[in-house]
Write a protein that binds this ligand. Structure first.
Ligand code: CTP
Length: 396
């Protein structure tokens, strides 16, 4: 029986969280409720206690059976949802404040988190609220959007009304199915642009930031995969992921080829250099009067070199960063490198692709385009890509 930790913050929509509790219990969920002090002004804890058949938690200064209550609650659930999530709750969560039982538990949990905001239209549209939401989404928090239009309790018409209870419940069930969708699957992800030394202080690099690859690793770990991330980016290694730091194409090739045999899925999101200086100077090169010529040689194409060793049970995803004829080139790379899927993105656009926090991609398989993913945070693009991998591994 899946366990949902339901956080309830204070807004007029609290009564819908009561309805949600009842709905989920009937569908076999065990629901544990934490209310903020303000939420208890709208509905008493007894209402949630009756609906959930468990004691409701409000006060952070109560000892749990195994020690500390917020840690016990945070550990013992499959999923966390905050319904309704007020502007204040979103702001505190986005900035890591922990001044009551709910915000403390949100910080302490490793379970997937979903929030369903509800508030007045002006508060919803305020740049502060939207910026807080973007921070949370970038961290993998799923947002069940409020209704786009409707009459609000304050008498205003507009966006901000809590999503329908059935929409929230369906999103929760979908998220729960996904949470274990890569359980025990061994995933190898590469990220970042490699750096090829010219001398001890200079290198040939590219504009890849590694954000997409790191988001892919984080999203896979959240689905229960055993993840190894081979990265040349200086971003932090996501929680629960084994990190391998590399710099050059040769190091990337060694790290990946040595681990490929033990992987079920390889996602090659790294921008690996195609050329490197034939010789890296061991001292800093001093400038002269005339032009300078650097002699470059080809590096190993990691993906192409692995293709002959790929087993039937392995699944390989490549990326194609292009500035023109995006689909044409991507299709060619899919075939040439023996890939199951290729994720193509147009890196000539400044709002997506290299260095940006958002991305928009087209995913191709052997039969052509399998998905168009519109512009969204890279963490969400990562989840769309994993949805396709999960689906296709099951039904090749
Ligand atoms: N790739 C690789 N080893 C390389 C170069 C690229 O494994 N030496 C992988 C990338 O990680 C990516 C895919 O191949 O998944 C496509 O990379 P991309 O740079 O777009 O294409 P290239 O094959 O290098 O072709 P070109 O540079 O001519 O576009």
């Amino acid at each position: 029986m899946p366990v949902l930790l339901l956080g309830v913050s204070g807004g007029i929509a609290v009564y819908k969280a009561v309805e949600l509790t009842s709905w989920l219990r009937k569908r076999g969920w065990e629901v544990r409720v934490i209310m903020t002090e303000n939420a208890t002004r709208f509905v008493t804890p007894l209402t949630f206690q009756t609906m959930s058949r468990h004691a409701v938690h409000v006060d952070p200064f109560v000892e749990g059976e195994a020690g500390v209550e917020h840690i016990d609650l945070a550990r013992g659930c499959d999923l966390v949802a905050v319904v309704p999530a007020t502007a204040n709750l979103l702001a505190k969560y986005a900035h890591g404040l922990a001044d009551d039982l709910l915000t403390t538990t949100l910080l302490a949990t490793r379970a997937p988190v979903m929030v369903a905001p509800a508030m007045n239209t002006a508060m919803w549209e305020h740049p502060a609220t939207q910026a807080n939401l973007a921070i949370l989404q970038a961290r993998g928090v799923e947002v069940v959007m409020p209704q786009a239009a409707g009459e609000l309790a304050c008498g205003e018409e507009g966006a901000g009304k809590l999503a329908e209870v059935t929409a929230i419940a369906e999103a929760l069930e979908r998220r729960h199915r996904l949470a274990g969708s890569l359980y025990g699957v061994r995933v190898l992800v590469t990220a970042g642009g490699t750096r090829e030394p010219i001398d001890p202080v200079r290198y040939i690099g590219n504009r890849s930031s590694g954000k997409m690859g790191h988001a892919l690793a984080e999203a896979a770990a959240a689905r229960g995969a055993e993840v190894t991330l081979v990265t040349s980016a200086s971003l932090p290694i996501p929680a629960g992921v084994e990190g391998v730091r590399v710099q050059t194409a040769a190091e990337m090739e060694a790290a990946v080829s040595g681990r490929f045999g033990a992987a079920d899925v390889l996602v090659m999101a790294a921008a690996v250099a195609d050329y490197r200086p034939v010789q890296a100077a061991d001292r800093k090169i001093k400038k002269g009067q005339g032009p300078m010529v650097l002699e470059l040689e080809r590096t190993v194409d990691v993906l192409a070199s692995l293709a002959p060793h790929k087993r039937a049970d392995q699944f390989v995803v490549g990326f194609a960063a292009e500035t023109n004829d995006v689909l044409g080139y991507a299709e060619g790379k899919l075939q040439k490198k023996g890939l199951d899927l290729i994720v193509a993105n147009d890196v000539s656009r400044a709002d997506i692709g290299f260095e940006a926090d958002q991305n928009a991609v087209t995913v191709l398989g052997a039969t052509g385009v399998v998905a168009e993913v519109p512009r969204m945070p890279k963490r969400q693009v990562a989840d769309r890509i994993w949805d396709l991998v999960v689906e296709r591994r099951q039904r090749p």
